[in-house]
Write a protein that binds this ligand. Structure first.
Ligand SMILES: *Cc1c(COP(=O)(O)O)cnc(C)c1O
Length: 412
């Protein structure tokens, strides 16, 4: 294969780059400049990076479904039968019986009337919030909601009131304020499981509170689907709230193991989105292989609950290990476990030391988490062996003491 030589760039292109490099230099100074880690293998409990096999604690691949034989077979068959792509947005000619079947299956799985899929979880939030809230409406949002929710809210002309993270009293204050102003639609929005801290939203209390003010609730179960509730149905199921959550949002990119996003809700919500959500109207539909793999993933969730049991067993083992080594692991209640470091430079250093010791766990700093709360975020999966988790704990022990995050052995 030959590659064309890069042509000499013009003065205008170089000047543009120079201005970008000013921004990049600021990131470098703050220790926040990170090259992409390139995997030379499938995403799994172990991955190849730079020719080395590393234990990965970085993916959202909770159940290992990305390499489950039923998903791969479904994808292969669908590509052979239906082709590699769909060649259209769904409102023009890009909806096939496969897309309909996946939506029927998702709605049944989540116990809702209807479902609609999008290109990704990110586009669901941007599409739903951007199309359902207008001037004269109000969104009430947890301060630590995911970036895609924040971006969706930015697209609306609706007013917004933030409440303190998982604080039901403060949510009550926000809803009361919203109702007093006479908005047409009031929507309370929360992550089901918070992606950086691993804590669970107090959804039952939030729903009760919202009902008092006739406000609707939207929950983003990106990190809860496949993890919480019966067969991984998510936080609405976990808290027994079927029929009381207006919008059940989620992703097909994490525990489901493929890519995409969905809304499970009423038929009215689905019809409204089909006509108004811009990422649905102006972006092409999923390739058949993706859709078929997602359908197979729903089959697996319904028929192999032992995967979720193993995920939780591994979670308990790993959390207990980190805690007994003396790490601050925040307020997590789920397989997402942050190892708190304070400054971003320490989190990046810990991540580098872990990498040297055969463990891939990414350091995360501002703006993904607040300043001063940098961390190495870990996610265990159902497919990690106990031996792999123990090896990772040894690496954490060694690196943590080196950085003074945990007590030296004599004091322990
Ligand atoms: C990951 C995530 C998303 C985005 O999902 P993608 O399918 O990766 O685009 C949305 N919301 C939350 C809470 C997430 O954690």
């Amino acid at each position: 294969m030959t590659t064309a030589a890069t042509p000499t760039t013009s003065a205008a292109v170089r000047a543009f780059d120079a201005s970008l490099n000013e921004d990049l230099d600021a990131l470098r100074r703050d220790g926040l400049f990170r090259p992409l880690r390139v995997l030379e293998s499938a995403q799994g409990p172990q991955v190849d990076i730079g020719g080395r096999a590393l234990i990965s604690l970085s993916s959202n691949n909770y159940l290992g479904l990305n390499t489950h034989p039923r998903l791969i077979e479904a994808a292969e068959q669908a590509a052979a039968e239906w082709g590699a792509g769909t060649g259209a947005v769904r409102t023009i000619a890009g909806t096939q019986t496969l897309h309909q079947e996946l939506e029927r299956r998702l709605a049944a799985f989540k116990h809702t009337e209807a479902a609609l899929t999008f290109g990704s979880g990110y586009t669901v939030n941007v599409g739903v919030l951007g199309s359902m809230l207008e001037q004269g409406d109000c969104v009430v949002s947890d301060k630590l909601n995911h970036a895609s929710i924040i971006d969706g809210i930015r697209l609306t002309k609706a007013d917004r009131i933030l409440y303190e993270h998982v604080d039901v009293d403060d949510a009550d204050r926000a809803l009361k304020e919203a109702r007093a102003k006479g908005y047409r639609r009031v929507l309370l929005v929360s992550d089901g499981v918070f992606s950086m801290d691993g804590d669970i939203a107090p959804l039952a209390q939030l729903v009760e509170c919202a009902e008092r003010y006739e406000a609707a609730v939207m929950v983003d179960d990106a990190h809860a689907t496949g993890v919480l509730g019966s067969n991984g149905r998510g936080t609405t199921d976990h808290f027994g709230l079927h029929g009381r959550v207006a919008l059940n949002i989620g992703t097909l990119s994490k525990a489901v193991g493929v890519v995409g996003g969905y809304v499970c809700a009423t038929q009215a919500v689905r019809d409204h989105l089909i006509h108004k959500a811009r990422p649905f109207l102006f972006s092409s539909s999923h390739p058949p292989a993706v859709v078929a793999a997602c359908i197979a993933a729903v089959d697996v969730l319904e028929s192999e609950p032992q995967l979720i049991e193993q995920l939780w067993e591994n979670t308990r083992h790993f959390k207990e290990g980190l805690r007994s080594l003396g790490f601050d692991i925040g307020r997590s209640e789920t397989p997402i476990t942050p190892v708190m470091c304070g400054e971003a430079t320490i989190a990046m250093h810990l991540s580098d030391l872990l990498l040297e010791r055969g463990v891939f766990a990414q350091g995360i700093g501002f703006p993904t988490v607040p300043r001063g709360q940098a961390r190495v975020r870990t996610i265990v999966t159902a497919t990690h062996t106990t031996a792999q988790l123990d090896r990772a704990l040894d690496a954490f022990d060694d690196a943590g003491r080196k950085l003074g995050l945990t007590p030296p052995p004599s004091a322990a």
